[in-house]
Design a protein around this ligand. Sequence first.
Ligand SMILES: [Zn+2]
Ligand SMILES: [Zn+2]
Length: 338
Amino acid sequence: MKACNLHGIGDLRYEDVPDPVPGEGEVLLKVKAAGICGSDVPRVFTKGTYHFPTIPGHEFAGEIVGAGSPEDAGLVGRRAAVFPLLPCFSCGPCKDEHYASCTDYDYYGSRRDGAFAEYIAVKKWNLVFVPDGVPYEWAAMCEPCAVGIHALGRAALREGATVCIFGAGPIGLIIAQVARAQGAADVVLFDVDPKKLEFARARGFEHGFSTVEDWGGGAAAGVCVDAAGVPQTLAGCLRAAGAFGTVVLMGNPSGDMPLSQHDYWEILRKQLTLVGTWNSDYAARKNDWKQALSYMESGALDLTGFVTHSFPLADCEKAFRLARDRNEFYVKIMFSPS
Ligand SMILES: [Zn+2]
Ligand SMILES: [Zn+2]
């Protein structure tokens, strides 16, 4: 089969690789859509993967076309998204079904081969079946949706609350939609990129600002989400939050996150709750992935227009250059291998 194989930092090659063969408890998935995640850009250009070569790609969906065990033959033909984390099932967090906190996990698309390929063999446990009517491209965005659902779930959102989201990228927009579905009266998005705010406005989120000062409604939000992870957005969250509000820290910072004394006081005086969020829940009692797909099915999550760029695998270099250089506005870049 054809795949985009990472041979070293900055050395992504479109080439022939052996066809994956599903083992016991695995199925063969024909990849129909695979998105470039923000984390794939440093993975390809600066940080690399754990070993080379590795096929990146962990946000994907496809059709089951084969099964490793005869008893799973009935799954052939079904459509599925894939939870990319392979937990150890034996550490403390795993025993509590907190798989995102597993201390010894494997991962499709970083620690082992992922989905920038025509086919991938995946464990049955990781399959999330996609309802009819939800397109593959949306199902391939199940991960950012689950991450957004999980992040908002870390705050006790009250009906009628104002929710402020700092960072209007794909996950920020997803959180905005989920907040509205969960009863937020007002959803305000902040971003320094006017194009992102324009994109949000076209999706029904008229309240977009570059700073809390521009908004003029500071100290009023019940929930603030830092979806960017830079000192300015953290400070923005603390200023926008109202008394006893919750600030969800989600954006992954690329440096220190210093706080001024003034912003620190915001936490004290308003008695704010700061919570962290990481990845998503994939437990029997709470599965953010199934929730994401059911929001897509009901229309609470509408991802129309999110895929701004679609490429065949053969154009992987071009696609990654676009993702890195940001010369063009994009929301989601997707590969459509077949
Ligand atoms: Zn991702
Ligand atoms: Zn574990």
